[in-house]
Each structure stands twice: as structure tokens, then as C-alpha cells.
Design a protein around this ligand. Structure first.
Ligand SMILES: [Zn+2]
Length: 309
């Protein structure tokens, strides 16, 4: 089974002003570099991102089918307290994600994106979990809190009670006011150490700058996993042997059962299509040895364990 543990829907009105401008700048720059094309930030949004609008996730299913991906975890982002509330409030966005997952019941699993400081967040998440069937939390501490701050405790307590994982952003951010320091894996590790009964997924495996911190946490703490979303960029950009040496290293240090295949689509899929990213694991262009068993664990079996499916 192949599972992508990190993906977003493209839906109008879900992110606000400054974030859109910053993200547009960063992702348009990556797109220009990858495809060697001359396209303005505005054209990128207009011609490349707009056609991806797919709030019910029908196109996502087609993309998954073409790439042989069986299941995908989807969630929004809660940046409202930092950038101002987007036209669709996060509580309604979570419902949008829950509805898309319900529409494609066997294929999509929705997590709740939440800023733990939000008024009414606990009540909302209780409903999202018990009535709408949402099966995990997604945190992005860069909006202004620390993952090991007591303000997050209720999230971890509910995750323990409901036996669901917490996926937390670790790594860099586009050129906007998100606080980088808060997204260092070391802070998420301190939270994970306090809640050993909760499974934590460190998104992006700490990204290219902090992967060692993320892997250190995964190696020390039984309940810490990493997702490989955003690593399409080094895979495409660097000589292949460097990517595979890195993959070999993280498997050797943390164990394949701690590593989860992921994309962070839509943007990274514009640089490296989903099918190609799956192939990067299945048909490896390298002399380094990887067993089929290790690859199968990373592509899906480890996620099955975390998701209890
Ligand atoms: Zn993401």
C-alpha cells in the first residue's frame, strides 16, 4: 500500500493576503528554476495554480490513481491569527476537508488544522473528530506559539484520548512573517517527549537545514516519525547520489519504520509529479542498497501503523 501522509486541497478563500503573496513568490521562484521558464509571480498564480482548484478532491483521486497511491492524508493550514482570517474560516475549512474525505472515503483521510490558541478550538475539534470523522491534528507553530508551550497541551491530551497522531510542521517557510525558530524540530521533540503515548509526525523531516534534528528525535523517541514531503526539491536539484545517500543515512539512523512517504502537494508536485516521486523510491537510480522491505515500509506500512489502518 502506498500512502501520502501530507497534502493540501487547492480551494479559493482558504489562505489570506500576506501569506499568499509570500508563498506565490517562493513557489514561483522554484517553478522558474525547475522548469527553466520565464513566468511572473502573477502568471504563476493565474496560469499554474488556478487550474488546480479542486475543493472536492476529484482531480487528486485521478492523480493518485495514475501514480498508484492508495491513500492520502489531507489538511488545511490555520494561519488566521497571524495573517488575518481568510474568507473561509478555519472551522469551515476543516469541514471542507472532512467533506472531501467523506466523498472519497476509501482514499482520503482528513486531519484537523488548528491553532491551539484559538477561542472555541477544543469544542470545534471535538465535533470535527466525533461527528465529521477527522483523524489527526495538524499544527504549524510558526504562527506564533511553541510546540512545547502549555497552550498546546489540550491538543496532545485529546490526541492521546482519541488515539490519533499529531502532524507538526518542522523546517523552513516562505518569505512571510512565520517564525522560523518555532518550527525547529527540537521544540516539537520536547513536546513529543512529554507525551510518549501520542504519535508525532515531523513534517518535511525538518527540511534540508534541520533534518538531523528531526532524525535525532525519531531515533531517540519511539513516538516520533518524519514525513518526506518537500524532499522532491533536493531529489530533482542535486545529483541523485546525494539524495540517495541522505535517504540511506536517515534509514540507518532512525529505521525505515519511522519514515513516511509524503508530498506536501500541490506545489511540490509541480516540480516533481506524484508518479515520479513514487518512482524515486521504487526504481532507484543508485548503487546504494535498499531492500524492497525498507521501501515498502516507507511508502506505506509505517503510515498504516501510525494511522491504525
Ligand atoms: Zn504542508
Amino acid at each position: 500500500m502506498i500512502i501520502d501522509v501530507h497534502r493540501h486541497l487547492v480551494a479559493a478563500g482558504t489562505v489570506q493576503g500576506d501569506y499568499i503573496r509570500g508563498a506565490q513568490k517562493s513557489f514561483a521562484m522554484m517553478y522558474r528554476k525547475t522548469h527553466n521558464v520565464d513566468i511572473s509571480d502573477r502568471e504563476f498564480t493565474q496560469d499554474v495554480v488556478r487550474p488546480l482548484i479542486d475543493p472536492q478532491a476529484d482531480n487528486i483521486i485521478e492523480e493518485m490513481d495514475a501514480a498508484g497511491v492508495d491513500k492520502t492524508i489531507i489538511f488545511g493550514v490555520d494561519y488566521g491569527l497571524l495573517f488575518g482570517e481568510p474568507p473561509i474560516h478555519i472551522f469551515d475549512q476543516n469541514k471542507l476537508y472532512a467533506d472531501a474525505a467523506k466523498r472519497h472515503e476509501d482514499r482520503l483521510i482528513a486531519f484537523m488544522a488548528i491553532d491551539p490558541r484559538r477561542k472555541g478550538a477544543l469544542k470545534h475539534c471535538e465535533q470535527a473528530h466525533s461527528e465529521w470523522g477527522m483523524k489527526g491534528f495538524k499544527l504549524h507553530a510558526g504562527v506564533g506559539y511553541m510546540p512545547d508551550d502549555p497552550v498546546c497541551n489540550w491538543v496532545y491530551e485529546k490526541a492521546a484520548e482519541w488515539k490519533i497522531p499529531v502532524l507538526i510542521h518542522t523546517g523552513g517557510a516562505p518569505s512571510v512573517a512565520l517564525r522560523w525558530e518555532n518550527s525547529r524540530p527540537v521544540h516539537a521533540a520536547s513536546a513529543a517527549a512529554r507525551y510518549p503515548e501520542v504519535d508525532f509526525i515531523f513534517a518535511h523531516c525538518g527540511d534540508v537545514g534541520w533534518w538531523q534534528e528531526a532524525i535525532q528525535a525519531a531515533a531517540w523517541l519511539k513516538n516520533v516519525y518524519v514525513d518526506l514531503s518537500l524532499w522532491q526539491k533536493p531529489y530533482k536539484k542535486l545529483p541523485k547520489k546525494r539524495f540517495y545517500q541522505w535517504l540511506r543515512d536517515i534509514i540507518d539512523i532512525a529505521g525505515p519504520e519511522k519514515i513516511l512517504f509524503a508530498t506536501d502537494a500541490p506545489y511540490p508536485n509541480l516540480m516533481c509529479p506524484l508518479k515520479e516521486w513514487v518512482q524515486a523510491f521504487k526504481e532507484r537510480e543508485t548503487d546504494l542498497e535498499f531492500s524492497d522491505e525498507e521501501i515498502n515500509i516507507i511508502l506505506g506500512e509505517a503510515a498504516q501503523k501510525v494511522l491504525k489502518i
